[in-house]
Design a protein around this ligand. Structure first.
Ligand SMILES: Cc1cc2nc3c(=O)[nH]c(=O)nc-3n(C[C@H](O)[C@H](O)[C@H](O)COP(=O)(O)OP(=O)(O)OC[C@H]3O[C@@H](n4cnc5c(N)ncnc54)[C@H](O)[C@@H]3O)c2cc1C
Length: 385
């Protein structure tokens, strides 16, 4: 019987799925089993749309349809946490299974605190995430740095610190560090992210730490809750999944990789925030002067539930005048204040801003600054000494 804290390799017993899946197909198989066993009524996952730069959220109720979702889309930047609200009225009282990256997971936790979702009704299958690349930026990077037509790319992956593409006629990898030093690579919020392994989900799945003959063929699974252990046991019992204990050397490698990623996150935080140190408010005023008040930053933020229409004429607001473009600086200041202690750095505000305002940079910088107040050392010296 699996239990919280277990670490294992898992792979599907379905050979067709094994070919399509990113690693061992454990994520797809677990979700299929969750539907078949009626652990959940529906699954919210992501599938390839027009091309591999087009990640489309999809709600699945027939387990067979989940095969279509197998595989990782590293240029898929959508956040599933707030999207679940779209389906909430239809799924009221029902249970849902979700694939969550670190940001999806943190978004759901924040939404639960605000009574927007009930975590008892959600099974979270976490996937480790080293970061994603915006579709437009990925196409530009592939054209300019790889010298390849982005439409000819058949597969992309991020492995061993490289961004790798397969295309008609070959494959090529370039070190992510080199790409990022030149302004390409992962989204800036992903570079600063330190939620790489989804331990607050029910299961944390990934490829880090899968070594030996299982490399590329199995999914590394860390059991993070009793709910996750039960689902895993059920899928194994139903002969959907095969598992074996993770290689101790693999566990060590996974921990080292995670640590290296956390250090990299710190490096990017230092670099990004340092640049704001002397001029945060001037930068905010300058950048937000482009705001056309479309409300996309609010609509996609998993911690902000202010209604965008509140800022229209219908409801006069003493702090934010209606009917003015660009938005009053107070519009943004109030939003930053709303989320200052809970921004999860998912990057959706920035990703969806048609005016390309670096909103995630600002709110993450403010959140990180606010967090310092609660760091043990400061807390102690401020109040307990
Ligand atoms: C953007 C991204 C970055 C990742 N980076 C790492 C990493 O650095 N290290 C590591 O160990 N693992 C990483 N992973 C996880 C890894 O790629 C596999 O998803 C994981 O090992 C599970 O493999 P599997 O064969 O069991 O999954 P599959 O059975 O192939 O299932 C994959 C599931 O992921 C979902 N999915 C695909 N793309 C996205 C997306 N963009 N957003 C949300 N859900 C998506 C699909 O809907 C599908 O349900 C990353 C995944 C993603 C999406």
């Amino acid at each position: 019987m699996a239990k919280k804290g277990d670490m294992l390799y898992a792979w599907t017993t379905d050979s067709a799925l094994a070919k399509k899946a990113e690693c061992g197909g454990a994520v797809t198989e677990l979700l299929k089993y969750a539907l078949e066993s009626k652990t959940v009524d529906a699954v919210l996952a992501v599938k390839k749309g027009f091309d591999l730069y087009d990640a489309v959220p999809t709600i699945v109720t027939d387990p067979k349809d989940l095969d279509e979702c197998a595989g990782s889309l590293h240029c898929g930047t959508i956040l599933l946490s707030k999207l679940v609200m779209e389906y909430a009225p239809k799924l009221s009282g029902k249970k849902i299974g979700m694939v969550v990256k670190g940001c999806d997971m943190m978004g759901l936790l924040e939404m639960a605190k605000r009574n927007q979702v009930n975590l008892d009704n959600i099974v979270m299958i976490g996937v480790n995430c080293g970061g994603s690349v915006s579709p437009v930026a990925a196409r530009r990077m592939i054209k300019e740095k790889f010298g390849v037509d982005p439409d000819k790319v058949t597969k992309e992956e991020i492995d061993k610190g490289q961004f790798i593409i397969e295309y008609e006629g070959g494959h090529k990898g370039i070190k992510m560090d080199d790409l990022e030093d030149e302004g390409y690579g992962r989204r800036s919020n992903c570079r600063r992210c330190k939620a790489k392994i989804t331990r607050q989900a029910d299961l944390a799945c990934g490829n880090w730490g899968v070594i030996g003959d299982k490399a590329g063929k199995a999914t590394f699974v860390e059991v993070c809750s009793d709910k996750g252990a039960k689902l895993l046991d059920g899928a194994v019992k139903a002969k959907k999944l095969t598992t074996e204990p993770a290689d101790p050397k693999g566990i060590e490698i996974r921990a080292k990789t995670e640590n290296a990623m956390l250090k990299l996150g710190d490096k990017w935080r230092k670099r990004d925030f340092e640049a704001l140190r002397s001029n945060l408010w001037e930068s905010i005023a300058k950048e937000t002067a482009r705001c056309m008040k479309c409300g996309a930053c609010i609509a996609h933020c998993p911690v902000c539930f202010t209604r965008a229409d509140k800022y229209e004429q219908s409801e006069p607001d003493i702090m934010v005048r209606a009917g003015f473009i660009p938005a009053d600086p107070m519009f943004h200041l109030r939003r930053f204040a709303h989320i200052s202690d809970s921004c999860v750095n998912c990057g959706q505000c920035e990703e969806n801003c048609p005016c390309e305002i670096p909103l995630a940079l600002f709110s993450h910088a403010i959140r990180t600054e606010a967090d310092k107040f609660f760091e043990p050392k400061l807390g102690k010296s401020a109040y307990t000494n």
